[in-house]
Design a binder for this molecule. Structure first.
Ligand SMILES: [Zn+2]
Length: 348
């Protein structure tokens, strides 16, 4: 009988975990560790809406989801605990920490603060708490973190206008962009034109979730009418050759999150995902994890998937990181140069 504990060496990091990476598309609300949810619920005296012994299945994709609503419900359960300074700080810190452990060196986290306000916790409190968490991760790990504020399509236009104005106010404190997320069908981006107008000359980047649930015309509107420099997903641009030409000619980057697109039913499986076609056409792309806890994925995992499914080479993947950095909303050119050198140094 062996009385000594067996030492199991940790698995070696894969090539894509070691590669310095840029993640431009990741939501705070899909990044809450289940254990953190339980601890924050306890701290806030929030009764659990489920059996805590099977906590993961309430947060994460299990394969039993029938539709997008089921998927979104797993994200929205986190709204219950994202209600005070400590919760928002910790959630942002841990999202950046998890990204760091996956080898991400530049991280743009996004969140919809309006969903988290209470009578004693304002939108500004929420933004400041997340910025504190990101700054703490940056100080501890060296990962460069920036914040994108997401307006929601089904929120009131004046709420999104107020949020855009707050984004401008926090532009020199780590907020680098404004996003529009949520239900594409029934809530066109045109409703929120005023919010985007208010960002003109602010120096903030504009990205819009489009071409995921709705078709290519939603992408067209975001690019041509709103002036989005990047599109969240945008994968249904594949339905229009004209749209693909526009994205390539204007060099509008698509923030592609392959696993998420399968989980939300945009494509039935990874084999039918158009990421390779869009990339080979000359459209700039980045690869994000969208909702890493919900979808049980990481950027390195997505890159491994691209290699295994579509034959992307390490050279292709490094080029995608450099493209992502170029299209990032990071303002400081010295930091961009340093990150570019760090990624470049990984070339075989
Ligand atoms: Zn997203």
């Amino acid at each position: 009988m062996n009385l000594y504990p067996v030492f199991i060496p940790p698995p070696a990091l894969t090539v894509y975990q070691r590669l310095p990476k840029c993640n431009l598309h990741s939501h705070l609300e899909g990044s809450i560790r289940p254990q953190t949810f339980l601890e924050l619920a306890l701290m806030q005296n929030i009764p659990l809406p489920f059996d805590p012994t099977h906590v993961e299945k309430y947060f994460q994709v299990t394969g039993e989801e029938q539709n997008l609503t089921d998927y979104l419900h797993k994200i929205m359960v986190n709204y219950l605990i994202l209600k005070d300074r400590e919760a928002l700080r910790r959630a942002a810190f841990e999202a950046a920490e998890d990204a760091h452990f996956d080898g991400v060196v530049y991280f743009e986290l996004r969140a919809g603060p309006v969903n988290h306000v209470t009578s004693s916790f304002s939108v500004a409190d929420c933004i400041e708490s997340m910025l504190t968490g990101l700054q703490q991760a940056e100080a501890k790990y060296g990962i460069i973190c920036r914040l994108i504020l997401s307006g929601l399509r089904d929120h009131r236009p004046d709420a999104n206008l107020d949020l855009a104005r707050l984004a401008v106010r926090y532009a020199d404190q780590g907020v680098v962009g404004f996003d529009l997320a949520g239900n594409e069908n029934g809530f066109p981006a045109a409703l929120h034109r005023a919010a985007f107008h208010s960002l003109r000359d602010s120096g903030l980047g504009i990205t819009v979730h489009a071409g995921e649930a709705a078709g290519w015309k939603s992408v067209y509107y975001a690019v041509i009418e709103i002036g989005a420099q990047r599109i969240g997903h945008g994968v249904r641009s594949i339905e229009s050759h004209e749209m693909m030409n526009i994205l390539r000619d204007y060099q509008v980057l698509l923030e592609i999150c392959p696993t998420s697109n399968v989980h939300t039913g945009t494509f039935p499986d990874i084999q039918t995902h158009p990421v390779k076609t869009l990339h080979d056409f000359g459209i700039p792309i980045s690869i994000g994890d969208d909702d890493p806890i919900t979808s049980r994925t990481r950027v390195s995992n997505e890159l491994t998937l691209l290699e295994g499914t579509f034959g992307f080479t390490l050279e292709d993947i490094i080029a995608i990181q450099l493209t992502s950095l170029k299209h990032s909303f990071l303002r400081e050119s010295d930091l961009k140069t340093r990150l570019r050198q760090e990624i470049d140094a990984y070339r075989p």
